[in-house]
Design a protein around this ligand. Sequence first.
Ligand SMILES: [Ca+2]
Ligand SMILES: [Ca+2]
Length: 278
Amino acid sequence: MRHRHISDIVISATLMLMLFSGPAAAQNVGEVPDIQSPGHNSEIPSRVSRIDVTWGIPEGDPYGYFVLFNTNPGHTFGGLNPDGEHVTRRSFTSPDFAAFQPDDVAYYFHIAAADGKGDIGLTVTAGPYRIDVVPPSDVGVTAPEVTSVRTVTLTLKAEGASEVHISNVAHGEGGRWKNLTGETEWELTPGRGEKTVYVRFSDLAGNTAGTSVIITFIAGDADGDLSLSLRDAVPVLQVLAGMETADISPDADVNGNGRIGTEEAVYILKEISGTDSE
Ligand SMILES: [Ca+2]
Ligand SMILES: [Ca+2]
């Protein structure tokens, strides 16, 4: 891809020279070869906000190089006062782009060799070098406030995020990073009470922003109406008595042993009587 990109620029630069400059000048120095940026990759945005580049020695008799970083993929050095900086070494470091708070902005490096008489060779462009120092913004997670079903639907939102990490433990722990989707199913830990779900969003460069939501889990809710009543106690007692009953939500399991039994009956009856006596 880079090869084609560079050859496009070479072709347009050549055309411009033919159109505006008469016979091509500055053929004393060739194109700058082997431009490398070890810290940056053209595919993945980086949080490293300075770009280091090195290059090889062009053909001809180079005295120095005109170099420039900007966001323009098609710069050409030329004329009597070329923009950019003139350096004689074969390495250069960009300004610290963090000052501009780039949020996945593509920067390009342009370079042309110059000979001792000031004639400038063809410009070569390298990049894009994508830089992102801005974390996702407007992050949010919505979920049911109260549930008696352990698998809940989370609605996720974030500006400038591509991945999400959801956890019952802490931000960025005990889960795994997944591609961000607007909605996702999430399984709460067993047991009753308030449960915090920690959601952390990340962009491709690894800038993160977190948020969380608290969900109250009602255990023992055999009929799934989000409250505890005799209608929950009765089917559980029927199960204990060995009677056929209507479907009991498996998430009514209070103590997390995978069965509906005495513990559930005791818990439900206790909760009902506690509510009654208040
Ligand atoms: Ca970003
Ligand atoms: Ca109920």
